[in-house]
Design a binder for this molecule. Structure first.
Ligand SMILES: Nc1ncnc2c1ncn2[C@@H]1O[C@H](COP(=O)(O)OP(=O)(O)OP(=O)(O)O)[C@@H](O)[C@H]1O
Ligand SMILES: [Mg+2]
Length: 230
């Protein structure tokens, strides 16, 4: 066995809707190492979100296998997949998906409480992680009262709060200006480099490709530079 954190092996995804079949991923093989910061780029509709969803245990592949930390996701029950999502994966979405009625701190603690962290510890951890994304002092603001860049950093804090080993981000900087976008990417890169997290982020922004260890290009459901099947 290799030391890869995640191994995607010959994964195919066919969406079936209204009697029609749409192949979204064709034989994708990919290895993600611990401490690796990779970006995923490619035209709209090429399968980027589908690949992230499969790695995150939100979607199951049609064929092929995905294993993370040595566990084969395809053999997991729904309950086990739910645990996997909570314990191992941190998701950051393009739209930040924060709850507008909760403060920044509460948006983060909610995720920790879902994982069973006691409230007091969850609050401490939320404050610590909000400081880390440079939101110290803004814990009690609600998303509508934060700038767009700050909201996205709350979303990053929420994804990181549970200390996930695998961080999946779907265009986290799409609504940000260059400076805020680079700041978010720098936080993700630092996590990979200082804490050994594995980060895979979708981006269209070639101005930030230089921050990545590698840029995976996708087209029509395939990785342009394909890795050997495992
Ligand atoms: N639930 C679904 N049912 C049917 N087809 C789907 C479904 N979700 C996605 N698709 C199709 O699968 C293909 C890949 O979609 P996906 O969302 O992975 O693309 P993407 O690369 O993330 O695109 P974008 O950059 O626009 O977000 C698209 O052609 C899309 O229309
Ligand atoms: Mg997408």
């Amino acid at each position: 066995m290799s030391g890869a954190l995640a191994e995607v092996s010959e994964v195919t995804k066919v969406y079936r809707t209204g009697g029609q079949e749409f192949p979204a991923l064709s034989e994708v093989s990919l290895r993600l190492e611990s401490g690796e910061f990779s970006m995923l780029a490619g035209p709209s509709g090429c399968g980027k979100t589908t690949l992230l969803s499969i790695l995150g245990g939100v979607l199951r592949p049609t064929t092929g296998s995905v294993s993370v930390l040595g566990n084969d996701l395809s053999t997991m029950t729904e309950r086990e997949l739910e645990d996997y999502r909570l314990s191992t994966v941190g998701f950051i979405f393009q739209g930040h998906n924060l709850l507008a009625c909760l403060t920044a701190e509460e948006n983060v603690t909610v995720m920790l409480e879902l994982r069973g962290t006691p409230r007091r510890r969850a609050r401490e951890r939320a404050r610590e992680i909000l400081r880390r994304v440079k939101l110290g002092g803004k814990e009690h603001k609600r998303p509508p009262d934060l700038s767009i860049g700050e909201r996205q950093r709350v979303a990053v804090a929420r994804a990181l709060a549970g200390d996930p080993q695998l961080i999946l981000a779907d265009e986290p900087t799409a609504s940000l200006d260059a400076a805020n976008g680079t700041a978010v990417m720098a936080v993700l890169r630092e996590l990979a480099k200082t804490e050994g997290k594995t980060v895979l982020t979708v981006t269209h922004d070639n101005r930030i490709f230089h921050l990545a260890d590698r840029v995976l290009q996708m087209e029509d459901g395939r990785l342009l530079v394909s890795e050997e099947p495992l």
